[in-house]
Design a protein around this ligand. Structure first.
Ligand SMILES: [Zn+2]
Length: 357
């Protein structure tokens, strides 16, 4: 939520929002393997049943447009960056559902009992049946979601009518909510004015980081394999596609003054006899990839930009010890690469990096 500190400020921000001069970006965690590349959904949206907050893609609806780009896929769910260009009710949720990848814990748009096994992909499902079933959720049935389904009565937990009333005021009493009632894997990541006069960013939520932590921990294990030196950092890196580890690397693993990212890439090229990294591969590195090398070798940032890699997860930014002002992060971000810091490993990454011989 934004609060202006003055009336003037509120007017200015309100006008920017109204004129769609504010760029918004969200992150969502969705069912299944979200497609690669720039995906744009421009299906019109209509509020079909306001009582149960049901919105759907309908030719008679209002124009809507959302752009999506996958960040990572763990074999079960995908982390997706979402950019809405219009502001319809539930726009991101409904467009993701229409594409066949509803938010994995969305109690409204990823409930199989309500939508059937296709979960409303391509607009499947009868409006009246869906609205009628949604009317039961939170009353005679608890909310169910794709990631946390409610199949039969043995799964019945979460908010629903208990059939009892408050002794004092006679209001209907509900049971306690479950995870399906309390959280939605959709988060506003950045807001920025198109004229670049201001921007605001929030950290990645834990549910978007959690599927990636195991790989950062493995990258850290790689970093620990390095032979310490006084003249360079010790870093670990991992190439992962669809939850499968393609290659690993650590500083000076290959002969010469080699870097972790470089070793992971070169080992993969060597193994496959190609110079191609498959689309959808992401890289985990314990330290921000270098943008300049004193040795004159190709910096890791450039090596990454030469591949299909679209997402870089890092454990810690590079300290200024050897090269002042590493601009690896800036260079990658400017090229449209998702650059994501996974918090919690800074100390361990730095300790591994500065191990003495
Ligand atoms: Zn490097």
């Amino acid at each position: 939520m934004f609060l202006a500190k003055s009336g003037k400020g509120a007017d200015k921000m309100g006008a920017l929002l109204r004129d769609r001069e504010v760029k918004k970006e969200y992150v969502a965690r969705v069912k299944g393997e979200f497609p690669l590349g720039d995906i744009v959904c421009e299906e019109p949206l209509l509020t079909v049943a306001p009582k149960v907050a049901l919105n759907r893609v309908k030719p008679s609806g209002k124009p809507a447009k959302t752009a999506f780009k996958r960040i990572s896929y763990d074999g079960e769910t995908s982390i997706v960056r979402c950019r809405p260009f219009t502001g319809r009710t539930h726009q991101i949720r409904v467009h993701l559902q229409y594409l066949g990848h509803p938010i994995a814990n969305d109690p409204l748009y990823s409930n199989e009992w309500v939508w059937g096994p296709e979960l409303g992909k391509n607009g499947a499902g009868d409006d009246e049946i869906i609205a009628e079933r949604l009317g039961h959720i939170g009353r005679s049935r608890p909310a169910g979601t794709w990631i946390n389904p409610v199949i039969d009565e043995s799964d019945f937990k979460g908010e629903m009518l208990t059939g009892t009333k408050c002794e004092v005021c006679e209001t209907d009493l509900f049971s306690d909510p479950s995870a399906n009632d309390l959280d939605l894997w959709l988060h506003a990541l950045t807001y920025s004015a198109n004229d670049k006069s201001w921007s605001y960013a929030t950290p990645f939520p834990e549910w978007a980081l959690e599927p990636n932590r195991q790989y950062m921990e493995l990258a850290l294990e790689e970093a620990k394999k390095c032979e310490g030196t006084e003249t360079a950092f010790s870093v670990g890196a991992l190439l992962v596609k669809d939850g499968e580890i393609l290659s690993t690397g650590y500083s000076r693993e290959l002969p010469g003054n080699t870097h972790a990212e470089q070793c992971a890439l070169e080992k993969y090229y060597e193994k496959t006899g190609t110079r191609e990294i498959p689309e959808g591969t992401v890289i985990y590195t314990t330290m921000e990839p270098c943008s300049e090398r004193l040795s004159g070798n190709l910096p890791c940032t450039d090596r990454i930009l030469d591949t299909n890699i679209q997402t870089v997860f890092v454990g810690v930014l590079e300290p200024d010890t050897f090269v002042a002002n590493n601009v690896g992060k800036q260079k990658l971000t400017d090229a449209g690469i998702h650059y994501i810091h996974i918090p919690g490993y800074e100390k361990a990454c730095l300790a591994a990096a500065t191990k003495k011989p």
